[in-house]
Write a protein that binds this ligand. Structure first.
Ligand code: COA
Length: 154
């Protein structure tokens, strides 16, 4: 199953689908911030790496990372429910973390809903540790955890 999904850089034409995936898989219950226009700008912006996992025109997953001088922020990572636990999320994150290493950026951070135990577990498996609990981080008061991965370690 895994082989049919190709991980590659997103294209401008993917922006609308990525935005819908973000709204449904990640931003559910929150105001929609990752709109098609914002994603289109990210895809073409040099400070971002935006990826898709695709089979022909179908997107099974996607990810967006923003690069700063000394750190990178994982903005979005999502895999459609029917394709989870098959390694796609890991492949997307591998690509992004390899991009970090090549860019000489070794600190990766992200925020995730505290209640999202599956995602927290996924990141822990990948070497992320919880740096901070942020109370009421999201609109409507949900708490977040900030997680960090030091890529100097394995
Ligand atoms: C988090 C997410 C991207 C993981 O994608 P995925 O393709 O299922 O991840 P992988 O198959 O590469 O998982 C690798 C390992 O992470 C761990 N893991 C992944 N999902 C897990 C879960 N729900 N519960 C516990 N462990 C999990 C497991 O150790 C897994 O290996 P295994 O399946 O052999 O046990 C996916 O669950 C998702 O899209 N969730 C909704 C969106 C989201 O929460 N995004 C993150 C916040 S932006």
């Amino acid at each position: 199953m895994e082989q049919i999904w190709t991980v590659e850089p997103a294209q401008g034409k993917d922006a609308a689908t990525m935005a819908l995936l973000s709204r449904n898989l990640i931003e559910y219950g929150l105001p929609w911030r990752w709109t098609p226009g914002r994603l289109r700008r990210c895809i073409s912006h040099p400070d971002y790496v935006a990826l898709t996992a695709r089979h022909g025109p179908t997107l099974g997953g996607f990810a967006v990372m923003q690069f700063y001088t000394r750190r990178a922020h994982l903005c979005l990572l999502g895999v459609v429910p029917s394709l989870r636990r098959q390694g796609l999320g890991g492949r997307l994150l591998n690509w992004l973390e390899e991009s970090c290493r090549i860019a000489g950026v070794f600190d990766v951070e992200l925020e995730v809903r505290e209640s999202n135990r599956g995602a927290v577990r996924f990141y822990q498996q990948r070497g992320f540790v919880t740096a901070k609990r942020i109370r009421h981080y999201y609109t409507r008061g949900e708490h977040a955890v900030r997680m960090r991965h030091d890529l100097r370690r394995l």
